[in-house]
Write a protein that binds this ligand. Structure first.
Ligand code: ADP
Length: 528
């Protein structure tokens, strides 16, 4: 192994095993027996007059939300949707979308999000592959909304036969940069566990105002409304164009008193650049107390700028995968980290995380291995895809009887049980026979002072390939490239220091706000 990313240490003694299981397991949390949708309806009954949702100057109370959910439930029953059926929802984000999702979950059908105005052929394909029995779109919602005379049921509508909590709740199709998209299915139990982890770690109460700003096809959109609605808090749904216009978004956050928000690192970067240039606008975020960042590795530089712009706030680096019911780890920060990198934190409540070596043994702290999830968070599998399900989901080699999901990410434990991210396995490349991890290279580039973001791609070069890095530095920071190369070459295996290092203002992003590696590779080919 050349890049040293596969852990070689393994556990020899019972004490190590116990200790590794202990650091890998989040606190035990007793979960209610009811699924999330029923608990949200219970919260609605407890707080009927509070605002549940704000969207474009429209306020929807918990009473109105419950009534909308009941109408959607009745419409699903009318359409003969049975528990376990897949129901696609293609609605613009807003109160109807939220009510429809809660209704589908409450009906024990399986929620499949579709993007409004998304590519028609791809959607037809997803609908067919998922076997969706119904598409809840704007025409359907209009009919449901028009049925205003339908009195909200005093208790609940006809409740389908109860199913166990392991039953599927939703399916998200991953963007699938190569090959067919995979439909990751997660359970009601996994969903509820993640929602309570957000309630606990973001310390959500009924006094909170939580931003819902992520598109429906990205799984993080789900907790952004469902966790606050469990607690009687209120949700502010922000349209994409208002999010993208930072001054507008700041004014909405101020006007609504938003206290908790989640962003991808690239957006947080844009927001912080704005705030650091216009410090008097920071007071617009006077209510904001907690920001969660997720989806991609975040640099120490970004975290440092966060606390410079927004002192006194909490920043949560949330790490996980769609296949593991969204996040599995939270690093809760109240100041920049002491070391050069930002950790991905401790396992969430009831979640078990392993770092496994190449022989599926628990890697000791300090040794890099694959991050693997076990327990309640592990998804059901890929819908209608036994081959790819078998490749990623398996029986737990450490705790027989449990199931695991292999993340495809590398990581290592710090001795105190905090996890560090070391890049993705599928970003492994071979150059002149030497195996290199692009994530490892990016990790160390990102750990450099003054470097905000870094992405490394390969470019064909004669019979072999070479590495091209794209880097975003802080404005005004001059990086001494030869000195930096020398420093990197002390950290990285031979051949892993990129041949070209291009400084750019921003990295291109895909639909989920993650770095668009395909676009970067194309750019690197043009430059070569
Ligand atoms: P999520 O919805 O949790 O972002 P995705 O399934 O879209 O999940 O992507 C999961 C992958 O994203 C992870 O396997 C990891 O490679 C990357 N990722 C997610 N969060 C982080 C993070 N905080 N730090 C580093 N990488 C992350």
């Amino acid at each position: 192994p050349s890049s040293g990313t596969v852990g070689t240490s393994y556990l020899g003694t019972v004490n190590d095993r116990e200790r590794l299981l202990e650091i890998g397991t989040g606190k035990h949390r007793q979960l209610p027996d009811e699924p999330a949708a029923a608990l949200i309806l219970a919260a609605a009954a407890a707080h009927p007059d509070r605002i549940a949702i704000w969207h474009r100057d429209r306020e929807v109370s918990y009473r109105e939300l419950a009534s909308l959910v009941h109408r959607f439930r009745a419409a699903l029953a009318d359409a003969a949707v049975a528990p376990g059926d897949v129901v696609a929802i293609r609605l613009p984000r807003g109160p109807e979308w939220i009510a429809a999702v809660i209704a589908v979950l409450d009906h024990r059908a399986v929620y499949l999000p579709l993007e409004v105005g998304g590519p028609a052929d791809r959607q037809r394909d997803l609908i067919a592959r998922a076997g969706a029995v119904l598409i809840v779109d704007e025409a359907f919602a209009d009919k449901v909304g028009g049925a205003a005379a339908l009195a909200p049921a005093p208790g609940r509508g006809p409740v389908p036969a109860p199913q166990d909590r392991e039953s599927p709740a939703y399916v998200y199709y991953t963007s699938g940069s190569t090959g067919l998209p995979k439909g990751a299915v997660c359970s009601h139990a996994g969903l509820l566990n993640h929602l309570y982890a957000k309630v606990d770690d973001c310390a959500l109460t009924e006094n909170d105002v939580v931003l819902q700003a992520t598109q429906a096809t990205f799984d993080i959109s789900l907790w952004q409304f469902a966790a606050p609605l469990l607690t009687g808090a209120h949700v502010v749904v922000l349209d994409h164009q208002d999010l993208m216009d930072v001054p507008t978004m700041l004014r909405i956050l101020q006007r609504r008193g938003v206290t908790v928000a989640q962003f991808v690192p690239s957006y947080l970067d844009v927001l912080l650049t704005h705030l650091l240039a216009k410090p008097d606008e920071v007071q617009l975020l006077s209510q904001l107390r907690c920001v969660s960042v997720t989806g991609e590795a975040i640099s120490k530089d970004l975290v440092t700028r966060f606390f410079r712009a927004l002192p006194g706030r909490t920043l949560i680096n949330a790490y996980g995968a769609t296949e593991a019911s969204d996040d599995t780890n939270h690093e809760i920060l109240t100041q920049p980290p002491a070391g050069p990198t930002v950790m991905i934190g401790r396992p969430l409540g009831n979640v078990t995380v392993y770092v496994l070596d190449a022989a599926d043994r628990l890697a000791l702290p300090g040794a890099v291995g694959e991050i693997v999830f076990s327990g309640i968070c592990v998804g059901v599998g890929y819908l209608g895809d036994p081959a790819r399900t078998a490749a990623a989901f398996a029986d737990d080699p450490i705790r027989p009887g449990e199931r695991i999901y292999r993340s495809g990410d590398f990581g290592r434990w710090r001795a105190d049980g905090v996890l560090e991210f070391h890049g993705r396995r599928d970003h492994q490349v071979k150059i002149s026979g030497i195996r290199l991890e692009l994530g490892e290279i990016e990790h160390w580039m990102r750990a450099t002072d003054g470097i905000r973001a870094a992405a490394v791609v390969t470019v064909p070069s004669g019979n072999t390939k070479q590495l091209a890095a794209f880097v975003v530095a802080d404005p005004g920071v001059m990086i001494d490239v030869p000195a930096w190369r020398a420093e990197l070459s002390r950290r990285l295996p031979r051949g892993a220091v990129p041949t070209t290092i291009t400084f750019v203002d921003d990295l291109p992003l895909n639909n989920n706000g993650k770095v668009d590696r395909v676009a970067l590779a194309a750019r690197a080919r043009q430059q070569a």
